[in-house]
Design a protein around this ligand. Structure first.
Ligand code: GDP
Length: 451
């Protein structure tokens, strides 16, 4: 996510570090570097111009001159101004006083609307809402079925026009405005408190598409219209966003495909150019690859200052309290830490999502990107396979696993015997650590996923 921008900015700030005083030339040089980095990342020119002007004015002023550590003060200014570009405050959905709250998704074809609909429904459901999805993309073949699949994964009902009509080769038929109003009536009947309407996109902005989206919006009285945009589309992001802003007057932005390696900077311009806040980010194809967008946290990530808050939230959302308590009790009772426990901890970690993504939120993560890239997510799956190939007794008392059993286990789990050895070694270390900690009463360290 914004990797090259992040690298460039970090390199720029490195030059300032430790300088007792910053001359005007230092600040000019830094501003020039930042400007180039932003432009290379595809941030829109007017946005860059305004940003640099603000940073420079502040950097030349007294807050830096009087700072104990001027270099750090400049980073602080850049951080604050970046938060501003990204929309300032975190903006939550505004729920209607009289439910259902109507949320409509708009954007180009392929932006990720249908995928997002499922994720957003899942997110709202986890917050205690009772969402329903409405399939109004009757243009793209398969869109209705895709939404139905997404709804099923999220455990949320989908209102669709003619179930089964849409196929890979043929779009569903019907009038999207009618489907939207029928869907709203159904949601009222069934007491859903929020509906999410997926609408059709086109490959490019066109008048007919815009009219259809505006008609649906008017017919259902949408409370929130979210403009969904692919962060990888480059400089076109600004013109597309402007067209949709005029066409449907959206209330918030969702950035998708932030997991990609694209420069992504154009997406950073959207909030600035349209004056509408970025509300969510989509970072993959899975249901959990979804985040509430916090401008301050995103700025910290871009500046490689880490995003511990998001990390903790991810952990809280996915951590199984029952399991954690069981482990804590085992500790307190000084029971042996077994391979089953080890496996349980691994599976807890896995539930939190991609390790790469989690580790990427740590401060200084950009500096260890290469190691992160090499992290092998499948290693957790292999560890599972290895442990499952052991007998229950072996899992409880791993020291009985001798050479020939190791070979059998390797064969049974389809890995090389060296992986079994490595796992047992890591486990022994973890077990030692647990013993030590049990004395101290703290929480165990995570059994690293290897890689
Ligand atoms: P729509 O036409 O706007 O409804 O777009 P879709 O939801 O069908 O998404 C288009 C493609 O992008 C699909 O292949 C999705 O799986 C993929 N996609 C959507 N969101 C993301 C994301 O955040 N990251 C990645 N890598 N792919 C995504």
């Amino acid at each position: 996510m914004f990797n090259s921008l992040s690298d460039r900015l970090s390199a720029t700030f490195k030059n300032l570090r430790g300088k007792g005083r910053l001359s005007e030339a230092d600040i000019d040089g830094t501003a020039r570097e930042i400007r180039r980095a932003l432009l290379d990342a595809d941030v829109a020119v007017p946005v860059v111009r305004e940003f640099i002007a603000k940073v420079k004015a502040r950097a030349l002023g007294s807050e830096v001159a009087q700072a104990l550590n001027p270099g750090q003060q400049v980073v602080k200014i850049v951080n604050e101004e970046l938060v501003g570009i990204l929309g300032g405050q975190t903006r939550e959905l505004a729920f209607a006083k009289n439910p259902p709250t109507v949320i409509m998704l708009a954007g180009l074809q392929g932006a990720g609307k249908t995928t997002l609909a499922g994720k957003l429904a899942h997110h709202l459901k986890n917050q205690g809402h009772t969402p329903m999805l409405i399939a109004c993309d009757l243009q793209r073949p398969n869109a209705v079925t895709q939404l139905q699949v997404g709804g099923k994964r999220a455990g949320v009902p989908v209102y669709a026009p003619h179930p089964g009509v849409s196929s890979e080769f043929e779009a569903a038929t019907g009038d999207p405005v009618q489907v939207a109003t029928d869907g709203l009536a159904e949601a009222r009947n069934k007491l859903h408190d929020v509906i999410i309407i997926d609408t059709a996109g086109r490959l490019g902005v066109d008048a007919e598409l815009m009219r259809q989206a505006a008609d649906i919006k008017a017919a259902v009285g949408a409370h929130e219209t979210l403009f969904v945009i692919d962060a990888m589309i480059g400089q076109d992001a600004v013109t597309t966003a402007q067209a949709f802003n005029e066409g449907v007057d959206f209330t918030g932005v969702v950035l998708t495909k932030l997991d990609g390696d694209a420069r992504g900077g154009a997406a950073l311009s959207v909030a600035s150019v349209t004056g509408k806040p970025v509300m969510y980010a989509s970072t993959g194809e899975g249901l959990k690859d979804f985040e509430v967008f916090h401008p301050d946290r995103m700025a910290r990530r871009i500046l490689d200052m880490g995003d511990i808050l998001s990390l903790v939230e991810q952990a809280e959302a996915n951590w199984d309290r029952g399991e954690a308590e069981k482990m804590a009790k085992k500790f307190a009772d000084q029971e042996d830490f077994t391979l089953d426990d080890f496996l349980g901890q691994m599976q807890q970690l896995k539930k939190m999502g991609s390790m790469k993504k989690l580790l990427g939120m740590m401060p200084g993560a950009q500096g260890m990107r290469q190691q992160l890239e090499q992290f092998d997510e499948s290693s957790i799956g292999r560890v599972e396979a290895i442990i499952y190939s052991m007998t229950p007794y072996e899992r409880n008392v791993p020291k009985v696993i001798n050479g020939s059993r190791r070979a059998r286990i390797a064969k049974g789990s389809g890995v090389h015997v060296s992986e079994v050895n490595q796992l047992l070694e890591r486990f022994t270390q973890a077990q030692k650590m647990m013993k030590k900690m049990a004395g101290g009463g703290g929480m165990p360290q995570m059994p690293g996923g290897g890689g």
